[in-house]
Design a protein. Structure first.
Ligand code: NAD
Length: 253
């Protein structure tokens, strides 16, 4: 069965990747694509005006909307999907607690799948971190993420997810974002470091050190295509499900 997806932020880095990945797949058709800057054609799809999204949802009735945009538009598009009965997949990061609440409200009406990272490698990294942290009790933990120079939010959504994973398995820890001047480490703090350079698609390292040894768990995304592929896997999986809140790990299982 072919799943018909709508794509938002179509002229953005991820939007273009999603359109490129969709054009290579037999199980996905693009119903329409929107962006704030309409008019271009990408992968044979005319990019329409994002302001017309409610009308386009009504006219095309896609199965799933795939969103990689910004926090404000993500919330707005989730509400439009809830209104139109269209399933919603988003990987947009930088959402506030209120933004996540709004997505959960949408999940009362339609299926919603949110992931701060759509790569299988990051899913495996999260499992490895959840195993390593309790095994290395008392070791210092530092988290470093590196992304391209146009990324807006810091630390990355994936870094925040990894920090939540660490808190889940060893209790809440204070976070120190970079260090400067007199800044000795406290026993249980987690140092968090965000680097921005070039066109790096995404790197995350969790470093555990103590007892005269260190363990470094690192993931590097070679291209944004890996996130686009995961998001389309999620869209195909989500199509036709009941309203509710879903997680990317369910797709992988
Ligand atoms: P980008 O800046 O290249 O593209 C963002 C697109 O969204 C642009 O087309 C922009 O016009 C549009 N947009 C932003 N705010 C908008 C608004 N208020 N209304 C309408 N359109 C709006 O960014 P990108 O690299 O494509 O990343 C987009 C988002 O996806 C970011 O939050 C990024 O962190 C996230 N991301 C998530 C994953 C993942 O696996 N979950 C992977 C990569 C990027």
């Amino acid at each position: 069965m072919t799943v018909r997806v709508a794509v938002t932020g179509a002229t953005g880095r991820m939007g273009e990747e999603v359109l490129a990945a969709a054009s290579d797949r037999d199980d996905i058709d693009v119903a329409f694509a929107v962006s704030r800057s309409a008019g271009d054609e990408i992968e044979g799809v005319l990019v329409e005006d994002a302001a017309d999204l409610p009308d386009l949802l009504a006219a095309h009735d896609p199965d799933v909307l795939v969103d990689f945009t910004g926090p404000a538009s993500c919330v707005e598009y989730a509400a439009a999907c809830a209104e139109s009965g269209v399933a919603f997949v988003s990987g947009t990061t930088g959402l506030s607690d209120g933004g996540f609440d709004a997505l959960r409200d949408a999940a009362d009406e339609v299926p919603v799948l949110y992931a701060s990272n759509f790569s299988r490698g990051i899913a495996a990294l999260r499992r490895a971190v959840r195993e390593a942290v309790p095994a290395l009790d008392g070791y210092d933990i530092e988290l470093t993420e590196t992304h391209h120079n146009a990324k807006r939010d810091a630390p990355s959504g994936t870094a925040l997810t990894l920090l939540e994973d660490i808190d889940d398995v060893r209790g809440d820890s204070p976070r120190v974002h970079g260090r400067e001047g007199e800044a000795p480490r406290t026993e249980d703090e987690i140092g968090v470091h965000a680097r921005r350079a070039g066109d790096i698609a995404g790197e995350h390292e969790v470093l555990l050190a103590g007892n005269h040894e260190s363990l470094s768990l690192t993931h590097r995304a070679g291209s944004r295509g890996v996130f686009a592929a995961g998001a389309l896997d999620a869209a195909a999986w989500l199509s036709g499900r009941d309203a509710g809140w879903y997680d990317f790990t369910e797709v992988l299982e």
